[in-house]
Design a protein around this ligand. Sequence first.
Ligand code: NAP
Length: 284
Amino acid sequence: MAKIISGKEVSAFIQSKMTDEVKYLNEKGISVSLAVIIVGEDPASKVYVANKKKACEKLGIVSYEYALPENTTQQELLDLVNELNQRADVNGILCQLPLPKHLDETSVINAIDPDKDVDCFHPVNVGKVSIGNGKLLPCTPAGIMEMMKYEGISPEGKNCVVIGRSNIVGKPISSLLLNANGTVTTCHSKTKNLAEITSQADILVAAVGRPLFVTADMVKEGAVVIDVGIHRDENNKLCGDVDFASVEPKAGYITPVPGGVGPMTIAMLMCNTVTAAKIQNGVI
Ligand code: NAP
């Protein structure tokens, strides 16, 4: 039986630490704020933005929401980003993705001031993470590292296998594990003998985007299994990239879906917003 790593518990722990940090900064006359831009009417994006706003309110972080119409032009969006870059009362800027098809996401990400890039998508911040001196960290991967830290799991000297090489999860979690002295293998759709590689992992991170992809035969006895995937099964029930029912009895630790990695992403966004405020006020 694996120990279940509760993202809800770790997220609450991080958010409570951030509440204290915000209070401390406020006492020094420093306010902490996040500007969120959303373009169009995508229902999932609206829910994500509402959740981010709620988290800000809970922690004492000021939030500004910019809801732009679907037909916003690239220039209008870039103008707003530039205006927010200049504003001293805005510490973090986040543009909710995906953007409507006619807008170029890369140029919007690149336009955000790296010191306000709380999603850590700007190439400058990606580079800093890669060389191991990032202050702003990629939210979902940083959340995974915090979950392991909370449980006293160190990647040092461990065989770490990541399934997935996306810019949002697979590549940055590989960097963070490597920075933490893990021996890291990053797998993808062209990897040969995947099960052979994953079954040697002490720490296995599944960021495949395929429901119930990781089965017990792919997992080493006692491994730490981190499930990043979020899907709805045929009964509309949430599930992950890992077949929890078969893997849980074999793993040493496992993250559930829901209540695992999911809640960590927003907690780390709050952390990055606090960090951004500290950077801009010369506190770090
Ligand atoms: P993605 O961009 O679709 O990337 C999936 C990766 O998996 C790709 O690198 C792909 O390889 C690899 N892959 C696909 N099929 C494979 C196979 N059969 N064998 C080995 N590798 C395979 O997905 P993502 O953005 O990283 O997200 C992954 C999952 O995490 C999704 O379910 C997403 O919803 C979820 N997610 C959750 C959170 C959270 O907060 N909990 C945050 C972000 C994402 P190629 O590169 O070769 O195509």
